[in-house]
Write a protein that binds this ligand. Structure first.
Ligand code: NAD
Length: 364
């Protein structure tokens, strides 16, 4: 298996392969770039069908974290860890402790967090062996109340801010009363987004694969329930994907009547060309990793021990400025918002001089 000549290898600073035969741990940590700070990113546990598949995932995901943190103006780099195995069958406390030791061996260059297949209790076990774990402490949320390490409320708040920015940019309105929004997936983030939109006067259409999630929106928020395949073609202003990746593809883009796409889901574009297709159809797309960065901002504040809810809110609200810069530059340069987001992120992490002191000051 190749690493240095792998198509997803992008000058990653370190790729650490770890094995602990006693607990059965086989894991990889990829540290993509630490120009702006230590590499923070989740630890995923997944039954990869081959080592190659795990390497591909960890290389791509760690690179994505560098871009996400840079775009969110955080003093963090990008990294990710993967554990090869089925979380329902193979996960044990011993394995999580072995993972903690592997993370510790990176000497703080990599900080882990929750991801698919790992949970806050797993991270707490890793934390018995390493200091470099984020997202496990109770904290004050955006609403001023004590809450767990779950970053979903901050993600939802950031998506709400970003959705408003996109609406203001494309539709020229700052008031959401009567705005029509279709939400795909009303779980942790989607439901909270729906609630904020409802409070701001928007009209909602929702779908989810679980009927109880949909009914909660119907009864508590007066939303209209729609079937899964109807969500794309609704005559609404905004489509908010908050469920799964690759939802913006040839099939869905052709159906969209919304002129704004702004939602929480990761990796919304099936292929880079779909960003361009949206642009050509006159649909303003808020790049996923820019609009859903409230969660990483939240985890970063926790990691830095910053309990100032006002400062956290303000930082999340800066998603508005980043998105507006991306939208304006995409228009000027006649390029897709995704391409421009990548460019802005790259500029931020490639030229850290002069930024870090500011950032540290901003977050401290
Ligand atoms: P979640 O699992 O709580 O909610 C997702 C919802 O989508 C679930 O209710 C699920 O039933 C529904 N769903 C799945 N497939 C669907 C389909 N085909 N059609 C309609 N509904 C479907 O997850 P979440 O934490 O709310 O995250 C939502 C998205 O946002 C994910 O893509 C996640 O990666 C991304 N994201 C989340 C956070 C966070 O802080 N939770 C941060 C950044 C990005």
């Amino acid at each position: 298996m190749n690493v240095f000549s792998h198509p997803d290898f992008d000058d990653h600073e370190r790729v650490i392969f770890g094995c602990d035969p006693q607990s059965g741990l086989k894991a990889i940590i990829a540290i993509h770039n630490t120009n702006l700070g230590p590499a923070l990113g989740g630890c995923r546990m997944w039954p990869y069908s081959s080592d190659e598949e795990a390497v591909r995932d960890v290389l791509r995901l760690s690179r994505g974290m560098t871009y996400k943190s840079a775009l969110a103006n955080l003093p963090l780099g990008g990294g990710k860890a993967v554990i090869i195995g089925n979380p329902r069958q193979h996960k044990t406390a011993d394995m999580m402790r072995a993972m903690g030791r592997l993370i510790e061996s990176a000497g703080g260059r990599y900080i882990t967090a929750e991801d698919s297949g790992t949970s806050v209790p797993d991270l707490k076990v890793m934390a018995e062996e390493t200091r470099y774990v984020a997202g496990i402490k109770d904290k004050i949320g955006v609403d001023g109340l004590q809450r767990s390490g779950d970053p979903s409320p901050s993600t939802a708040y950031g998506v709400f801010i970003g959705l408003k920015s996109a609406v203001q940019y494309r539709l020229g309105r700052s008031d959401l009363a009567g705005l029509k929004v279709a939400i795909q997936g009303v779980g942790n983030v989607g439901f909270r987004l729906a609630k904020q939109l409802k409070d701001a006067g928007a009209e909602l259409w929702v779908t989810d694969i679980y009927d109880d999630m949909v009914q909660r929106c119907v009864h508590e928020l007066g939303a209209t329930a729609v079937a899964a395949d109807e969500i794309y073609s609704l005559p609404v202003d905004v489509f908010a994907p908050c469920a799964l990746g690759s939802v913006l593809n040839d099939h869905s883009i052709a159906q969209l009547k919304a002129t704004v796409v702004a939602g929480a889901a990761n990796n919304q574009l099936e292929l880079p060309i779909h960003g361009e297709q949206l642009r050509q159809r006159g649909i303003l797309y808020a790049p996923d990793y820019a609009i859903n960065s409230g969660g990483i901002i939240d985890v970063c504040y926790e990691h830095l021990g910053n309990q100032n809810a006002g400062a956290l809110n303000q930082h999340i609200e800066s998603i508005h400025d980043t998105l507006t810069e991306i939208f304006a530059r995409a228009d000027r340069e006649q390029r897709s918002t995704q391409v421009v987001a990548d460019q802005v992120a790259k500029e931020r992490f490639s030229n850290p001089e002069g930024r870090l002191s500011n950032l540290t000051h901003q977050v401290a």
